[in-house]
Design a binder for this molecule. Structure first.
Ligand code: IPM
Ligand code: MN
Length: 358
């Protein structure tokens, strides 16, 4: 197979972790006889510096023309000035919107080799296997926002807005995913307060009854979900929720695995390239030190092979290799507790070696 993959390494630790994922994709290509053409483009803070915008038109055009996009992370203190006219994060929101990536898949499945890396007790997390589907191109992230004068100074507002179609498409994708898993869908909302949540509840209830009678369906309020995720994570299969709730709950969920450095994500939607990224940020505090965990990005590369290139066997080979490396006891600093640790590069090389000799 011949495929075009655009790389958006971004800022902070982004370039370090993307480099390791590329090494892994290259060894997969040679083992299975594929050709992946990589093109690296500026995005995020570095693009603000070089092009004055976090998502240059040429970068967006290259992404549209690709089969898939692999992203590191964007942002950093250098671009945090509240008065700046643009921010790295704006580029991320724009690429999600422009590529129509309305569903963000964030699997949370703690490795059995890392059950003691989580701050939670092993008997709580053992056996957890959740697929979070976060709505990604609507809600408060994209609603009207602004500031206006107020007697006390100013007031600022962000509008949470959803329409029927936006809810239907992400619920359908989530319910279809549940069919291939344990046939259970949980919808998380705040319908006791928010009108937008009441529309979510109405639309989801209808879609589930009409189109997915075989999938068990329940509803949990977001505040309760924050608690259940820590007390009984095993009870959930697929969880679908709106953009901001999904952002918050999946960072919380990452602690079930022990580190943000382990969680990949896939952003999918309308036909066209998918966007794959670790759920962690640019970690400016450790950027350049060579200690970041590349496994989230390597696992994002596996999701890229599975979802955009339909290479299921190749994706599974990466996941098995990661499992082997962890099972052999290799750890980056974030998951090493007080034991010895390997560098970003060493971890990438260990995964490459595990793939190279099946
Ligand atoms: C994420 C990140 C982004 C988000 C930020 C960087 C804009 O936190 O992908 O979860 O809020 O969506
Ligand atoms: Mn986030």
């Amino acid at each position: 197979m011949d495929s075009k993959i655009v790389l958006l390494p971004g800022d902070g630790i982004g370039p370090e972790v993307v480099a390791e994922a590329v090494g892994v994709l290259q060894v997969v290509a040679s083992r299975f006889g594929h050709r992946f053409a990589f093109q690296t483009c500026p995005m995020g803070g570095n693009a603000i510096d070089s092009h004055g915008t976090p998502l240059p038109d040429e970068t967006l055009a290259a992404c549209r023309a690709a089969d898939a996009v692999l992203l590191g992370a964007v942002g950093g203190p250098k671009w945090d000035d509240p008065n700046a006219k643009t921010r790295p994060e704006a580029g991320l929101l724009k690429i999600r919107k422009e590529l129509g990536l309305f569903a963000n898949l964030r699997p949370i499945k703690p490795s059995r080799h890392l059950l003691d890396a989580s701050p939670l007790r092993r008997e709580i997390i053992d056996g957890t296997d959740i697929l979070f589907v976060r709505e990604l191109t609507g809600g408060i992230y994209f609603g009207e926002s602004g500031r206006r004068p107020h007697a006390s100074g100013e007031e600022a507002y962000n509008v949470m807005i959803y329409n029927t179609g936006e809810i239907e498409r992400v619920v359908r994708m989530s319910a279809a995913a549940a069919r291939g898993r344990r046939q259970k869908l949980t919808m998380v909302d705040k319908a006791n307060v928010l009108e937008a949540s009441r529309l979510w509840r109405q639309v989801t209830g209808r879609i589930m009854a009409q189109e997915f009678p075989d999938v068990k369906y329940d509803i949990v309020l977001v505040d309760a979900m924050a608690m259940h995720l820590l007390s009984r994570p095993r009870d959930f299969d697929v969880v679908v929720t709106e953009n901001l709730f999904g952002d918050i709950l999946t960072d919380e969920g990452s602690m079930l695995t022990g580190s943000m450095g382990l969680l990949p994500s896939a952003s999918l939607g309308t036909p066209g390239p998918g966007l794959y990224e670790p759920i962690h940020g640019s970690a400016p505090d450790i950027a350049g030190k060579g200690i970041a965990n590349p496994l989230a990005t390597i696992l994002a590369a596996a999701m890229l092979l599975r979802h955009s290139l339909k290479l299921e066997d190749e994706a599974a080979v990466i996941e098995t290799a990661v499992d082997q490396v962890l099972s052999s006891g290799h750890r980056t600093k974030d998951i090493a507790a007080s034991g010895p640790s390997v560098s970003t590069r060493e971890m990438g090389t260990l995964v490459v070696e595990a793939i190279g000799k099946p």
